[in-house]
Every structure is written in structure tokens, then in C-alpha cells.
Write a protein that binds this ligand. Structure first.
Ligand code: NAD
Ligand code: DAU
Length: 346
């Protein structure tokens, strides 16, 4: 199978490319990525010369380029990971989110329709459902009630996917996953940010009271689910993918301090003292939780517990300090100032 992976130089995309090259010996991967601030070819250094892998730099919203690429390559399938992915950035400026997540998805859908691609998988998110209270879970039938500009752009993309299936019969499937964590995640997201700040003795900026709840999914578990849905998912269907490991943010941050203290021989109380409660994220969703019966029927369940996944993640960051140094230079510093400066924790 010749598969186009978009956004393959980002966090989940790079883990997925590596997973597929390792686990699907008859799949060939073309990775198309614009290399925004979040795209990093260093994430794929170990597979860059793989005989079944090729990288193309480009923008999914570039109609001409997509037309050219699809006409040259005859893809059997597309997995669209490319997106602006960070909620806080979407609050600063929603514009690039609309261009990539909405317009870009439509351009890809159109190319897939024109060149009769056999499967189009849209990588979506549980954030399209909005926010839950203390109880309940989202099913695939839950209404779309997105709250952040990021979530609204992803919901719009999901609706376009639905429309391309219903109107043109494009064989679309959608995965909506909960919060991923693991190697190669940019330290703008909670787990790597807190890990690195704690290591360096910097404040750990917890939004609000730290009581918001996320359902954590180890990235490799998500990659395995996405590959399965690509192969066995039913046309036009949505599949929730959750880790089933709900935790309050404050508990995640404390667990990071405990594990890190153990790994580097420091006092955990000293690291926990770095926790600083800061001004909340506007429109902050309280809780996400997913019902995953559909994907479980495809013979999937998460394999990595939160403690094991967190240990692996922390060890990866400890071993990849040079990668960390490079991704935190330049643009990252500016972003950090803009988000955390007004919260008093630069
Ligand atoms: P990321 O920000 O780490 O990576 C995004 C990648 O997309 C980068 O390599 C970037 O260069 C590329 N990209 C951005 N705009 C592009 C464009 N116009 N054309 C081509 N490439 C472009 O994101 P991630 O965390 O790996 O998320 C991947 C996908 O999974 C996204 O669609 C996101 O919405 C979804 N998702 C993420 C999570 C999570 O917890 N990280 C959970 C659920 C769903
Ligand atoms: O649920 C899936 C989504 O998970 C994906 O669709 C998004 O692409 C991904 O970024 C992620 O969104 P979140 O907003 O949930 O992830 P983030 O890591 O930014 O934040 C997780 C929680 O931690 C959230 O409740 C906000 C809080 N937080 C985050 C940061 C960066 C803090 O308290 N302090 C922080 O500095």
C-alpha cells in the first residue's frame, strides 16, 4: 500500500511513520510536511534512508502542489495528521488554524476525490465534543460542541470529511483521540513542558486550580489504533481512541515531579515546590473522557499504563537533551514569553 502521511514530521506523525515502517512491511510511506515551528525532520533521523520512506516538503493547503503530488504518486490511502495543534496558540491567533486545519483538509479531500484514493483517514480529536462535567463519556454520536478556535477548526474539518463521504462517496474514516504523550512531543504541551521546567528548576505553571481532567493515551497506542482503523475501519465511520486514564492536571504534574526526582536523585518536595498556579486558559474545557467500544471491536485496547508511559517519556527527554535544546531555541522562546509572561512565570 502506498500511503501519504501528512504532518509526519510532528509529534504523533513521526511516531506513526516509524510505527508503520516497523510493523507494516508492505506499506510505503510518503511524508508530506510543511515544517512549521512544530515540524522537525530530526524526529525521523533514524528512518530517513529507509527504502520504503520518502519526504516531501509542502503545504496541504497548496492546491497545485497537492494535485501534482497525487497525480504523480497514485496513493492508495491518505492519513492526515497535518494541523496546527496547540490550543494556547489558537487563542493567540486562530488564523493559521483555519488555513491548515479547515482549508488544508478540504484541499486534501478534493485531491483524494479527484485521484480516487481508496481510503482517507482524518486524525481528529476528542476536543471537538467540547467539555464534560464530573461524569459521563463522549461517544461517537455525541454532538460537536467545540470551545477553542483549535477545536472549532478540527470540528469543521470533521464535518468536511463527513460531507465528502456523503456527497461524493469518498471512503473516509475519522479517529478522535484523547491527549497523547510520549517521545518527540514539543514542550509547549503539558507533560514535556513540566518535565523540562522541573529538571531546570523553573516554575511549573498550572492553569487555574489544576483540577481540569484529561484522558492520557501513550502515543504508540494511538499509532496502533490509527493503523488498524486505516485497514479495518468502516467507510464514513468515526472511531474514538482513548487511553482510559483520566487524571487531574495537578496529579499529572505531581507524578512527573515524583518520577523525575527518583530518576535524577533529587528531593520530590523540592520539585513540587516549583508548582505555580497561574491565570487559567480562557474557555478551558473541564474534562474529556471517551467511550471506545467501537475501536475495541476492531481488536484494539491501550497497552501502556500511565505510569509506564510517563517513565518512558521522562527517560526519553533525559536522553535527548540536544533535541530539547534545539526545539526550544528561537520561536519557542518568543512563544513562551507571550503565554507565560503575562502570567508572571517567564
Ligand atoms: P504537531 O503540532 O506536533 O505536528 C503537526 C505537524 O503538522 C508538524 O510536523 C507541522 O509541520 C505539520 N503541518 C502543520 N501545518 C501544515 C501544513 N499546512 N501542511 C503540511 N504540514 C503541516 O501535532 P501532533 O500533536 O502530532 O498532532 C497531530 C494530529 O493529531 C493533529 O491533527 C492533531 O489535531 C491531532 N491530535 C493530537 C493530539 C495530541 O494530544 N497531540 C490528540 C488528538 C488529536
Ligand atoms: O484532547 C486532545 C488534545 O490534547 C489535542 O487535540 C491537542 O492537539 C493537544 O494539544 C491536547 O490539548 P490540551 O489543551 O488538552 O493539551 P495541553 O498539553 O496543552 O494541556 C493539557 C492540560 O494541561 C490542559 O487542561 C491545560 C493544562 N496546562 C497546559 C499547559 C501547556 C496547564 O495547566 N499548564 C500549561 O502550561
Amino acid at each position: 500500500m502506498k500511503l501519504l502521511v501528512t504532518g509526519g514530521a510532528g509529534f504523533i506523525g513521526s511516531n506513526f511513520v516509524r510505527y508503520v515502517l516497523g510493523e507494516r512491511p508492505d506499506w510505503e510511506v510518503v511524508n508530506l510536511d510543511k515544517l512549521t515551528y512544530a515540524g522537525n525532520l530530526e524526529n525521523l533521523k533514524d528512518v530517513e534512508d529507509h527504502p520504503r520512506y520518502r519526504f516531501v516538503r509542502g503545504d496541504i493547503a497548496d492546491r497545485e502542489l497537492m494535485d501534482h503530488l497525487f497525480s504523480e504518486e497514485s496513493f492508495d490511502a491518505v492519513a492526515n495528521f497535518a494541523a496546527e495543534s496547540h490550543v494556547d496558540r489558537s487563542i493567540l491567533d486562530p488564523t493559521p488554524f483555519l488555513r491548515t486545519n479547515v482549508q488544508g483538509t478540504q484541499v486534501l479531500l478534493e485531491a483524494a476525490r479527484k485521484y480516487k484514493v481508496g481510503r482517507f483517514l482524518q486524525v481528529s480529536t476528542d476536543e471537538v465534543y467540547g467539555s464534560l462535567g464530573e461524569t459521563g463519556r463522549f461517544t461517537e454520536e455525541s454532538p460537536l460542541l467545540p470551545n477553542s478556535p483549535y477545536a472549532a477548526s478540527k470540528a469543521a474539518a470533521d464535518l468536511l470529511c463527513r460531507a465528502y463521504h456523503r456527497t461524493y462517496g469518498l471512503p473516509v474514516v475519522i479517529t478522535r483521540s484523547s491527549n497523547n504523550y510520549g517521545p518527540y512531543q514539543l514542550p509547549e504541551k503539558l507533560i514535556p513542558l513540566m518535565t523540562l521546567n522541573a529538571l531546570e528548576g523553573k516554575p511549573l505553571p498550572v492553569y487555574g486550580k489544576g483540577e481540569n481532567i484529561r484522558d492520557w493515551l501513550y502515543v504508540e497506542d494511538n499509532c496502533r489504533a490509527i493503523a488498524l482503523v486505516l485497514q479495518r475501519g468502516k467507510d464514513g465511520e468515526v472511531y474514538n481512541i482513548g487511553g482510559g486514564q483520566e487524571l487531574r492536571n495537578i496529579d499529572v504534574v505531581e507524578r512527573i515531579c515524583e518520577l523525575l526526582a527518583c530518576r535524577i536523585g533529587r528531593d520530590e518536595g523540592e520539585l513540587k515546590a516549583l508548582i505555580t498556579f497561574v491565570e487559567d486558559r480562557p474557555g478551558h474545557d473541564f474534562r474529556y473522557a471517551l467511550s471506545c467500544d467501537k475501536v475495541r471491536r476492531l481488536d484494539w485496547s491501550p497497552e501502556v499504563s500511565f505510569d509506564l508511559g510517563l517513565e518512558r517519556t521522562i527517560d526519553w527527554y533525559l536522553k535527548n537533551w540536544e533535541w530539547v535544546g534545539r526545539v526550544r531555541s528561537g520561536e519557542y522562546k518568543e512563544y513562551y514569553e507571550r503565554i507565560y509572561g503575562p502570567r508572571g512565570v517567564t
